[in-house]
Design a protein around this ligand. Structure first.
Ligand code: KG4
Ligand code: ZN
Length: 337
């Protein structure tokens, strides 16, 4: 039987990524991050889409070369349709449509959030039911995955995403964007000596905007007394704010797992690269004898392997779209299901 080779394309934000997945196995997963946004303290949409345009063709060629695949061996092309920045999404969508037309292969659209959740199963066989915490720069959700493509949204952030909480707190500390990885690194040398109130939010929803505000007022107060406070306390501040964010996430996840009597937990999205979150979830799962699914870091942050992975399942179900399909800046996970 001939092999099924899926090309995945991801350009929803500031990472250009191209991957090739053959019969469900990742052959190559190339990711280029646009570091220029550091300068601006956040992603500038216009700059992001221009850089996707500059990068995408070279990355496509490189991906084929790395995987040892020729263009005519590609069976279908899967692309992120949304949610994300419209200009960025359009670059990936246009490129995918061009390939679909010129190579005469099916086009498959993928919801970015669904792809993050199902990235848990790139390297592992799926187990159901499973609770997935998706934590990224734009989203924070708890999903109940009941079966193949059967996903229920049971909680989400009411304001900022967990990644935003890291990035905005980091900005207050004078750290470059994205501050999440830097806070993680600096926190290793600190202790969580400062406490911040945990938000009271009903059900399995989250809120992070209160933490950002109390962190801001706390810093203002301390800086008024000691202008070097941030510099002197950088490690403890990073550790404390990280600890507060991780606690909010873990407490909700724990309550949800008990409520739904779940035995398997997964974490997806860029923030799942966080070392304190990873170890807190590991210890929660081992204490409760729950199975844990933690994808490797290159499948946690934005990547095209997760898009091709979902594309492969959709290909098997012949879920194709025609060239009139539009990118969607807002594309709730519930709309896909
Ligand atoms: O999933 P992702 O790559 O992009 C989307 O937002 O879709 O997530 C990016 C987010 C950023 O907010 C970044 O600061 C955060 O993930 N992040 C981290 C870490 N690595 C990435 N946050 C905390 N600790 C990390 N190690
Ligand atoms: Zn993402």
């Amino acid at each position: 039987m001939s092999k099924i080779t899926l090309l995945g394309i991801e350009t929803s934000c500031d990472d250009t990524s191209i991957a090739l997945v053959q019969d469900g196995v990742v052959l190559a997963n190339l990711i280029t991050s646009q570091w220029i946004h550091k300068k601006y303290g956040g992603v500038v949409p216009e700059v992001a889409s221009r850089l996707h345009v500059e990068a995408i063709i070279g990355m496509y060629d490189m991906c084929l070369e790395l995987a040892g695949i020729s263009q005519d061996e590609i069976t279908a092309v899967a692309v992120t349709r949304g949610p994300g920045l419209m200009g960025s999404l359009l670059v990936g969508m246009s490129f995918a449509k061009g390939l679909s037309l010129s190579l005469d292969i099916p086009l498959i659209e993928v919801n970015h959030l669904q792809a993050h959740a199902l990235s848990l199963f790139i390297e592992h066989k799926p187990v159901y039911p499973l609770l997935c915490l998706t934590v990224s720069g734009g989203h924070t959700q708890i999903l109940l995955i009941k079966g193949d493509f059967e996903i229920e949204l049971i909680g989400q952030t009411l304001d900022d995403a967990a990644g935003e909480a890291f990035d905005k707190s980091g900005k207050l500390l004078g750290l470059d964007y994205p501050a999440g990885p830097l806070i993680d690194q600096l926190a290793q040398s600190g202790k969580p000596v400062y406490a911040f109130p945990e938000p009271r939010v009903s059900d399995f929803n989250f809120s992070f905007s209160g933490l950002k505000t109390s962190f801001l007022y706390f810093l203002k107060e301390r800086l008024a007394v000691n202008p070097n406070f941030i510099e002197e306390e950088k490690f403890n501040l990073c550790c404390s704010v990280q600890h507060a964010i991780v606690n909010i996430l873990i407490n909700k996840l724990h309550t949800a797992a008990l409520h739904y009597q779940i035995q398997s937990i997964g974490v997806a999205g860029g923030v799942s690269a966080n070392s304190e979150l990873r170890s807190a979830i590991q210890s929660m799962c081992s204490k409760n004898h729950w199975n844990l699914y933690l994808p490797k870091i290159s499948y946690c942050t934005d990547n095209a392997a997760m898009i091709a992975h979902v594309g492969y399942s959709k290909y098997l179900k012949s879920e194709f779209v025609d060239l009139s399909v539009n990118a969607l800046a807002r594309y709730p996970i519930t709309q896909t299901l």
